[in-house]
Write a protein that binds this ligand. Structure first.
Ligand code: AGP
Length: 609
């Protein structure tokens, strides 16, 4: 998500704005910029990459003025480049705008401005359309121009605007993207989130949807959609800056676990149209293209690889197309059977994992078509792929991947269903029931999150264990691998995952008195099989915690403790089943006093082979 910071007062704006943007770095970004209005007119400074790059630029080319706005950009429309970085200006350079959100009708406004008013655009962004529109409407009153321009916009947006001719004010608008105003002494602040201004003030106004606010150093005036002035209660912020960055959570990991319902909704909402059809962001994977493919490879690392295991199941089961899944670091040393008839799907949250990138390049060299499932817009994997299917999970800061995993799986389900629709492999009734099931996932995950206390109780009982086994069959095996990885990487417990049917082929020798086994049992079709595995390990003295769907008393009766998930179709159970395991890993690590967001030896993106 992007970040917005603004200041109007007696001090120089630049330092205060940069400081505010730094407090929003947790939102993830790929470029930053500021616009300052003052004696020297409207001065713009932008830089790609970290905020430090922007600071260096400002040190070399200072800006002067006590009114300004700043922005950290998380790319949605257009690559992370200098031209696409905010602020954007109108063509006269008298209006500067920063923006969070998406303008749905930006293309038609852009065409209208270009054709009817000869506006020459300098970026690919929807934000520049706002700046150009305000510039067109400007007749000497910034507030009026913003009212007029915003009346033509559709979408979710938080906007900040400054003007060379009115260097004592900021005008801002909120519609579905958060915006707050901070009230200081002889100064006022604008921000997309509380942390940006906590150092300077703790009295704030929350701006509501369809409201416009005029900010000067002495006054803040809020207007509703009818342009009537409205009164607003002052909210007094009590949380500390660090907690505010995590949305009140103790760690980024738990914040991101809780963001999964909204993340998955974002993954779905762009891809399911009202008619129950799936849209693939323009990716051409129709009957013709699928007819030209004789093999699908899914290649990734770590958590993304585990999502790939679920993707294999979904594509084979829904679309009837054979799929091979491979670990990226192994793939290219296997002289894989890849050629121009191969669809190579690579999955990567960061889009910078070198193992995955090298596997992608190997596949391209052999003629494969590359479709990547990525979270970071404009990342290396995204740029080097033929097609990109973004997860839209929003920035994932914690090293342990959570919302990226569930949104990756959602992307794979959508892809598999789309392919099934094209190949006719599913009858319409089954297709529709699977679509309906996917739509219920966000709500069911919210239900699981509401049961966090039950998970915490189990964590309190087992957090001192040094060895824990995860077992499962079919799709549950994939979830077992991911559940074990979560626990390993943040609690440093030796967590071992194995396909339950494999136990008897050697590993069961390790099971003895008080060995703890977590048995994934979400697959109704495999219930009898997993029950026999539970009996096998219990016969050797193991303690078993099973994870089952609500109402599965049979397996609960075989277990020492049970974790429940809402009833759902076997096929989509992995998206639900992993959530209690994420929470379990989190609470165990917390009880063990581990550095949850930055575990030892790990990096968020592994850019070495
Ligand atoms: C996940 O919890 C791990 N941090 C790690 O396995 C990660 O999934 C792997 O390094 C792949 O990263 P990527 O998705 O950014 O390519």
């Amino acid at each position: 998500m992007c970040g917005i910071a603004g200041y109007v007062g007696d001090e120089q704006a630049r330092g205060i704005i940069i400081d505010g943007l730094k407090r929003l770095e947790y939102r993830g970004y790929d470029s930053a910029g500021i616009a300052v209005a003052g004696g020297g007119g409207l001065q713009i400074r932008k830089a790609v990459g970290r905020i430090d790059n922007l600071e260096k630029l400002i040190a070399e080319e200072p800006v002067k003025g006590s009114t300004g706005i700043g922005h950290t950009r998380w790319a949605t429309h257009g690559e992370p480049t200098w031209a696409n970085a905010h602020p954007h200006t109108d063509q006269e350079g008298g209006i500067a705008v920063v923006h969070n959100g998406i303008i749905e009708n930006y293309a038609e406004i852009r065409a209208w401005l270009k054709e009817e008013h000869g506006v020459e655009f300098r970026s690919e962004t929807d934000t520049e359309v706002i700046a150009q529109l305000i510039g067109l409407m400007y007749k000497g009153d910034l507030l009026e121009a913003v009212f007029e321009a915003v009346s033509k916009l559709r979408g979710a947006y938080a906007i900040g605007a400054v003007c060379a001719g009115e260097p004592d004010r900021i005008v801002a608008v909120r519609n579905d993207a958060p915006l707050i105003v901070g009230l200081g002494e002889n100064c006022n602040f604008l921000a997309s989130d509380i942390p940006a201004m906590l150092k300077y003030c703790r009295s704030i106004y929350f701006i509501e949807n369809s409201e416009t606010v005029l900010i000067t150093k002495d006054d803040v005036t809020i207007f509703n959609a009818k342009r009537e002035e409205v009164k607003r209660d002052i909210y007094h912020v009590t949380m500390d800056a660090d907690a505010a960055e995590k949305g009140g959570h103790d760690h980024f990991m738990i914040k991101e676990i809780y963001e999964q319902p909204q993340g998955i909704m974002k993954t779905i909402e762009r891809r399911m149209d009202g008619g129950g059809r799936i849209k693939l962001d323009g990716i051409k994977l129709g009957k013709g293209e699928l007819g030209a493919i004789d093999r699908v490879y899914i290649v990734a690392c770590g958590t993304a690889y585990h999502a790939g295991l679920v993707g294999k199941y979904a594509i084979e089961r829904f679309a009837g197309i054979p799929v091979e899944v491979d670990i990226a670091s192994e793939f290219r040393y296997r002289s894989p059977f890849v050629n121009k008839k191969t669809l190579f799907i690579c999955i990567s949250q960061s889009g910078e994992t070198l193992d995955t990138l090298m596997a992608l390049r190997e596949a391209k060299k052999r003629g494969a078509r590359v479709l990547s499932i990525v979270n970071v817009v404009g990342s290396s994997v995204a740029r080097e792929s033929d097609d990109v299917f973004y997860t839209w999970a929003g920035p994932e800061i914690a090293v342990a991947s959570t919302k990226a995993f569930t949104t990756q799986m959602m992307c794979l389900y959508l892809l598999a269903l789309y392919m099934a629709g094209e190949t006719g492999a599913l009858d319409s009734g089954r297709f529709q029931s699977l679509m309906d099931e996917l739509k219920q996932v966000p709500e069911k995950i919210s239900e699981i999150l509401a049961r966090e206390d039950e998970i915490e109780k189990i964590a309190k009982r087992i957090y001192k264990k040094e060895n824990i086994f995860f077992i499962g069959r079919g799709l549950d095996a994939s979830v077992a691998f991911e559940g074990a990885l979560k626990l390993k990487e943040i609690s440093y417990i030796h967590a071992f995952a194995i396909a339950a049917g494999e136990l008897k082929h050697g590993t069961i020798a390790l099971i003895d008195m008080d060995t703890l086994v977590i048995a994934l049992a979400s697959q109704d079709a495999l219930n009898e099989k997993i029950i026999s595995n539970i009996k096998e390990v219990k016969a050797r003295g193991a303690e078993v915690i099973s994870l089952v769907k609500d109402g599965n008393a049979k397996i609960a009766g075989e277990s020492d403790d049970t974790i429940y998930i809402p009833a759902c179709m076997d096929e989509v159970a992995p998206i639900m089943a992993i959530v209690p395991l994420q929470l379990l890993a989190y609470h165990i690590a917390k009880l063990r006093g581990c550095d949850i967001d930055k575990p030892k030896n790990l990096a968020k993106s592994v850019t070495v082979e």
